[in-house]
Write a protein that binds this ligand. Structure first.
Ligand SMILES: Nc1ncnc2c1ncn2[C@@H]1O[C@H](COP(=O)(O)OP(=O)(O)OP(=O)(O)O)[C@@H](O)[C@H]1O
Ligand SMILES: [Mn+2]
Length: 270
């Protein structure tokens, strides 16, 4: 009769590489000693100084998104090849690694989560800062009153052409950027009000209170969501911008690119 070791052995037989998501130092050391297997560390910071490292822009509460990012980033960096058999070790419940998942890397199926951050018109740091801001806004909102917000990032000239002002633009003559602490305070204030924020590729606040008028033909958004998400999704098909949307109704942060929903994050998990 087989023991559990034999049954589970299939999971990690003939594996090309192991992806360790945010491992502890000792865990990493032990894996590095295993023969014939490459070790790829994936995390928000390379604090172990791993030779092969894929940087996450955020932790990703959704494990599938986290793994997709690691795979797509690894393929992009050339440390994984299409067809590679991989074991991904990550944590689901705690800070400790508690979950192993076997996947086959494919250069074809793309969730786009890596491209969203690394290959959009806007700079990765800017996209990261906006997603973090939306998460923070979502967390704060949950304590008091829930707030919704819509951020359109990149390709700002075109976005401005496909939108109109709902009110005076508080950023008209200013030169402020997302990530500046003062700007985050301002954005949180203004997010109570209607419309979208428009942000340039480099993170400059171009406008608040924009009413977007993209053509919404053929854009699918999750059921139960309305005009904010439709407008946000649709403008990313009409332009090279991405949209980061905080929903007032379900509290989730979503990101759209090229008209597709790419990312769904629960601020409560951060
Ligand atoms: N075309 C648009 N451009 C910019 N902002 C918009 C647009 N349409 C709606 N909004 C903003 O979204 C807000 C919420 O609208 P709505 O409830 O229809 O969206 P929703 O997708 O259901 O989002 P939520 O989940 O936050 O309710 C509106 O009050 C308005 O501020
Ligand atoms: Mn709504």
């Amino acid at each position: 009769m087989d023991g559990l070791d034999d049954v589970f052995a299939d999971l990690y037989s003939s594996v090309d590489a192991v992806l360790l998501f945010g491992p502890s130092g000792s865990y990493y050391e032990r894996f590095s000693a295993v023969e014939d297997v490459d070790v790829i560390v994936v995390g928000t910071e390379n604090d172990l100084g791993a030779d092969v490292f894929v940087e996450l822009p955020l932790e990703f509460d959704d494990v599938a998104e986290r793994i997709s990012f690691g795979l797509e980033g690894g393929l992009e960096q050339g440390v994984i090849e299409g067809g590679d058999e991989l074991v991904c070790a990550t944590s689901v419940f705690d800070d400790e690694i508690d979950t192993v998942s076997r996947v086959r890397a494919s250069a074809d199926d793309h969730t786009g989560v890596y491209d969203l951050f690394a290959k959009s018109r806007a700079e990765p740091e800017v996209i990261k800062a906006v997603v973090e801001l939306a998460i923070e806004l979502g967390k704060k909102g949950q304590k008091g009153k829930p707030v919704g917000a819509l951020f359109i990032v990149g390709d700002a000239g075109k976005v401005m052409n496909k939108s109109r002002p709902l009110s005076y633009n508080p950023f008209e003559k200013s030169h402020v950027h997302v990530g500046d602490p003062i700007v985050n305070v301002m954005l949180k204030e203004f997010s109570r009000l209607d419309g979208a924020f428009v942000i340039s590729d480099a993170g400059k606040l171009v406008s608040a209170y924009r009413y977007l008028e993209p053509s919404a033909e053929g854009v699918d958004i999750p059921k139960g969501l309305g005009a904010r998400h439709m407008a946000g999704g649709a403008i990313t098909r009409d332009t090279n911008a991405i949209a980061v949307v905080l929903s007032e109704s379900d509290g989730l942060v979503r990101a759209f690119k090229a008209g597709e929903l790419i990312l769904e994050v629960d601020p409560e998990a951060y």
